[in-house]
Design a protein around this ligand. Structure first.
Ligand code: SF4
Ligand code: SF4
Ligand code: SF4
Ligand code: FES
Length: 379
């Protein structure tokens, strides 16, 4: 059954939409930009940030485009003076809610230097925010000329970062409570490790009754980092190292298993400094597991094996691939000649790609002549 098409008026244009679409989806489908902060594609809208508000004729208040269903004959303005003023106020309140030390204050504010020094002391660095240049709030603050000193700073600016976790730094002082991390954890990865905690000015994203992620059900997939629009969740290894203007992105396939997740290697000065998932690409659509996202250090390990080793007594010596493979083939042959091919069995990696699994069984069935072939998931 085809979906019903209706029309509405947005910024003076008549636009077609399907029933069930939100105003944000209609705008996106027709190339009209509406800023968002809390909206996470593919999850249920929360309407938490209100930065996507639009003016709808006849409505008493401005409405969030991400959670307002489109209706026939609606008349919508996405950048009216009222909308722009509301967005600027929302952004200024968000900037005042934490250690947002990237934003430029007005000239008359004498506290700015003191604020910067306090944030740098809390962050234990002389650098500005680790998300500088890659932050949705910063981008929108510039776009809407939002000042960071219009409202008094809230108590959240004093919260220390959580450095106790192995791979992730949580910086509560920069969290804008958009909830994207909660949706990413609960609705996308379905790990349910984090949720909203406390109330009012004390609101905070918490894990396991407000304990570090390391003491919770968190599996360190890092999906929440990828969803966070600001500098509140960052990779521990890349914090203050990775900078977008130095970034060289290389697309590749995760080397760990046969799922074949698509990932970006973020390379600086010839070294991988972080890994992220490729959004809108199959099969993972931006998602990665802990190994794919964080397990790249072995590349630079001094102990990494780069050549085959042949055991001689209690020791190993380096060998060429030709020598090592010849040795294996000779030993296989000797076992087959003495005891028959069924004396040999093969166990392949269940996470190998289909092609490798096929080659493995072909080697055992056709070349060696045994059906003793299995994979590790059944051992
Ligand atoms: S989180 Fe964003 S807005 Fe806040 S200081 Fe960092 S870059 Fe600026
Ligand atoms: S790393 Fe993964 S499991 Fe842990 S809080 Fe983030 S999304 Fe949830
Ligand atoms: S940690 Fe990031 S994604 Fe989560 S609520 Fe805070 S700002 Fe939003
Ligand atoms: S993006 Fe719509 S309320 Fe946040």
């Amino acid at each position: 059954m085809s979906e019903k098409q209706e029309t509405l008026i947005m910024n003076g244009q008549s636009l077609a939409f399907r029933t069930g679409q939100t105003l944000l989806e209609v705008a996106e489908a027709h190339g009209i930009p509406i800023p968002t902060l809390c909206h996470l594609k593919g999850t249920s809208p929360t309407g938490a940030c209100r930065v996507c508000v639009v003016e709808v004729e006849g409505a008493r208040t401005l409405l969030p485009a991400c959670s307002t269903p489109a209706a026939a004959h609606m008349v919508v303005q996405t950048e009216s003076r009222r909308v722009v003023a509301a967005r600027r106020t929302i952004l200024e309140l968000l900037l005042a809610s934490g250690n947002h030390n990237c934003a430029v204050p007005s000239e008359e504010n004498g506290d700015w230097t003191e604020f910067q020094l306090r944030v740098q002391a809390a962050d234990q660095t002389d650098d500005l925010c680790p998300a500088w240049g890659d932050c949705k709030l910063q981008e929108l603050a510039y776009a809407y000329q939002a000042r960071s000193d219009r409202y008094p700073r809230t108590a959240k600016a004093g919260l220390p970062p959580e450095l106790a976790n192995p791979m992730i730094v949580r910086d509560f002082s920069r969290c804008i409570l958009c909830g994207r991390c909660v949706q990413a954890c609960n609705e996308v990865q379905v790990n349910r490790a984090i949720s909203y905690g406390y109330r009012g000015a004390d609101s905070k994203i918490v894990a396991a009754g407000d304990r570090p992620l390391a003491d919770s059900d968190c599996v360190f997939c890092g999906e929440c980092i990828q969803a966070c629009p600001v500098g509140a969740l960052v990779e521990k290894k890349a914090r203050y190292t990775w900078r977008p203007w130095k970034d060289h992105k290389i697309r590749t396939t995760c080397p760990y298993c046969g799922v074949g997740c698509q990932q970006w290697l973020h390379v600086q000065d010839g070294r991988i400094v972080k890994v992220s998932g490729v959004e809108d690409a199959e099969p993972n659509r931006g998602r990665l597991c802990v190994k794919g996202r964080f397990g790249y250090d072995f590349i630079y390990s001094e102990e990494r094996l780069k050549t085959p080793l042949i055991r001689e007594g209690d020791d190993f010596r380096e060998a060429s691939w030709e020598e090592a493979l010849d040795l294996v083939a000779t030993r296989f042959k000797a076992v087959m000649d003495t005891h028959g091919p069924d004396a040999i069995a093969g166990v392949s990696c269940a996470r190998s790609i289909n092609e490798d699994s096929y080659q493995m069984q072909k080697l055992f069935r056709a070349a060696i002549g045994t059906n003793n072939i299995d994979h590790c998931a059944r051992t």
